[in-house]
Design a protein around this ligand. Structure first.
Ligand SMILES: Nc1ncnc2c1ncn2[C@@H]1O[C@H](COP(=O)(O)OP(=O)(O)O)[C@@H](O)[C@H]1O
Ligand SMILES: [Mg+2]
Length: 588
């Protein structure tokens, strides 16, 4: 049963592991908020007490307890006090951001690491169906969305609620009727602007989607350019990109003017609300005992409240996008992993070679159709075995299963008597080297492609290149081992890439080697020389060769003939050739 790893609840409980930091950060945030909320209260002091001669008690307090001065002195004193409050509050809010950012980045870092760990062990079956772009975007964009959610929940939401609460209390104390008017109209106006912003967001999303589609089409066209030109289909493929470019233009125009209109409408509604409020306030000054200074303070609180109101109204959207991001991330966790095995003993330790026994193996990629049916094989330590069979008979599938790429439920493979079920896949792959028919190279140096990051002496690299018949190829590379091989090894021919893969195998010195048509792109002479050179190296290893050429398998000690996933015959080359030539008639 799959337990969900990315949920809002889970995120919040992760937050609790940073309890101390969260509490401290919120404390700092509350103090920072409290300091700025006080600032508008200085307006009535300046305006009412100093200009209009109305007494709120502040100047009297200062002159009795601190100092006496003229108007100038009090103005500078209040100014200094306000600047100090702003400065101090800014320092605190920098600190607060630092605390919250590091918490949220830590949580998202942990999330990325856990996703990478999951992907590392993903089963090949899942990988084959995976859309790489979708997975990478989950690790980048969706994790970022979660990050935004965490930092806005823990830092903004609490502060926003407190700011609103403080402001509301102060407003109610100053003039309760105006306060209620503000507390009702302000959220309505902000709600309107948030809704507007959402609909612009939708348009932006559509534009982004059009950009993505255009980009994907163009990327594919350029990546397959060689193929497209060979098929003489440039006109068709570039036309597709043009169509996507046109769609992109239409979405951009749509977004371009509608977003501007929505923004202007939002600010119109907002300013209208403000003007109405101003008129109401002036009436309040004229017809009630509200002072001019307090009226100006109320204006300031109106501005103070806009941001937090926005944060609170917007929270539901942040929450729902975080939920959506979580469920997309969850789909990575739902991908099946390779089985994890607790390994008791390692049959490869201290051996030069190893015997492999396949017992009653049946395998299918999809439930309905068996690709391999009841396969039995006995491959003794150090034996040289060949597997032949028509294309599609299941040879590659079988060799993939021998190195544990696909799990199977019927049958068993014994490695020196130890069942595959009791062996870690990494142990199997460390000792059994499968050379793929179409080896992939990294867009890196020749050296990296041979060593895959492990360090070997120059001598052993040279030796491997020599056995793999790559000496003259190396001579022609301008930077030798430091030559970059290009995307997918484009600078090398198919046969050269196959030989690089063989040299890689030589360096890793496995105990079992499986050649899956690994020399198919070589000419007969090079192939003969290659296997001649490999003879010593392979002498005491177990070797399984899948090949199409008679010459490649003639030296095998034992041959299995595969037909539609069934072993239909087996024996020494001599026996088989004498019995029935039909398997080999198509071979050269
Ligand atoms: N990853 C896969 N998913 C589903 N079916 C596959 C996959 N790989 C191979 N097959 C199918 O399995 C059968 C055997 O293929 P394969 O083992 O590659 O044969 P061979 O190597 O003998 O040419 C074919 O019918 C092929 O279509
Ligand atoms: Mg094959």
């Amino acid at each position: 049963m799959h337990t969900e790893k990315c949920t809002i609840k889970g995120l919040l409980s992760q937050l609790f592991t940073y309890k101390k930091e969260v509490l401290f950060g919120n404390g700092v945030a509350i103090l920072a908020t409290f300091l700025v909320v006080l600032i508008p209260l200085f307006i009535p002091i300046l305006v009412d007490e100093l200009l209009l001669g109305k007494d709120h008690g502040f100047i009297t307090f200062v002159s009795q307890h601190l100092f006496t001065s003229d108007v100038k002195g009090y103005v500078f004193f209040v100014l200094a006090l306000i600047i100090f409050l702003r400065f101090f509050s800014t320092l605190l809010s920098i600190l607060q951001t630092k605390i919250f950012v590091s918490i949220s980045k830590n949580i998202t870092y942990t999330m990325r690491i856990s996703l990478l760990e999951h992907l590392k062990r993903i089963s090949l079956k899942e990988f084959e169906m995976m859309r790489v772009g979708a997975v990478t975007s989950k690790l980048v964009t969706d994790v970022e969305t979660i990050d935004g959610f965490i930092s806005s929940t823990i830092s903004k939401l609490i502060v926003a609620v407190l700011l609103l609460l403080f402001s509301a209390i102060i407003l109610l104390a100053i003039h309760w009727q105006l306060a209620i008017f503000i507390l009702i109209t302000n959220p309505l106006v902000v709600l309107f602007t948030v809704k507007m912003a959402r609909s612009i967001g939708e348009l932006k999303k559509e534009e982004n989607k059009a950009v993505e589609i255009f980009q994907a089409t163009l990327t594919e066209t350029l990546e397959l350019f060689h193929q497209i030109r060979a098929a003489n289909k440039e006109a068709y493929f570039f036309k597709q990109s043009q169509i996507k470019a046109e769609a992109l233009k239409e979405h951009s125009v749509n977004y371009g003017y509608k977003s501007d209109a929505a923004q202007k409408l939002s600010s119109l509604v907002f300013l209208t609300g403000y003007e109405i409020f101003r008129a109401v306030s002036i009436l309040a000054v004229a017809y009630s005992d509200l002072s001019v200074g307090l009226m100006l303070a109320i204006f300031s609180y109106l501005w103070v409240m806009v941001g937090p109101t926005h944060d609170i109204i917007n929270f539901q959207y942040v929450l729902s996008s975080a939920k959506a991001a979580c469920s997309r991330i969850e789909s990575i966790y739902r991908m099946e992993q390779e089985p994890q095995v607790i390994q008791q003993n390692n049959p490869f330790v201290g051996k030069h070679a190893i015997g492999i026994e396949v017992k009653n193996l049946t395998f299918s990629y999809h439930e309905n159709k068996n690709i391999l049916t009841n396969i039995n094989m006995q491959i003794q330590e150090g034996m040289k075995v060949a597997i032949v069979g028509a294309s599609g008979s299941g040879k590659t599938t079988l060799s993939n299963i021998l190195v544990g790429f696909y799990p199977f439920h019927t049958g068993e493979i014994l490695y020196n008597g130890v069942s595959n079920k009791a062996l870690k896949l990494s142990t199997i792959r460390e000792n059994i080297h499968l050379i793929l028919q179409h080896p992939k190279l990294f867009n890196d140096t020749m050296r990296f492609n041979l060593t895959l990051g492990k360090s070997y002496s120059d001598e052993s690299v040279k030796n491997a290149l020599h056995i793999a018949q790559l000496d003259d190829v190396m001579e022609r590379l301008d930077l030798g081992l430091d030559t970059l091989v290009g995307k997918d090894g484009i600078k090398l021919s198919g046969g050269q890439r196959q030989r690089v893969a063989i040299a890689r195998m030589i360096l890793s010195d496995p105990k079992v080697v499986i050649f899956d048509e690994s020399t198919s792109a070589l000419d007969v002479h090079t192939e003969v020389r290659l296997f001649g050179a490999l003879q010593d190296f392979l002498a005491d290893k177990t070797v399984i060769t899948i090949a199409h050429r008679l010459s490649t398998i003639k030296n095998a000690e034992y041959i299995y003939v595969l037909e539609d996933g069934v072993v239909v015959d087996s024996g020494s080359p001599k026996e088989l050739l004498e019995k029935d030539q039909s398997y080999f008639s198509s071979m050269v």
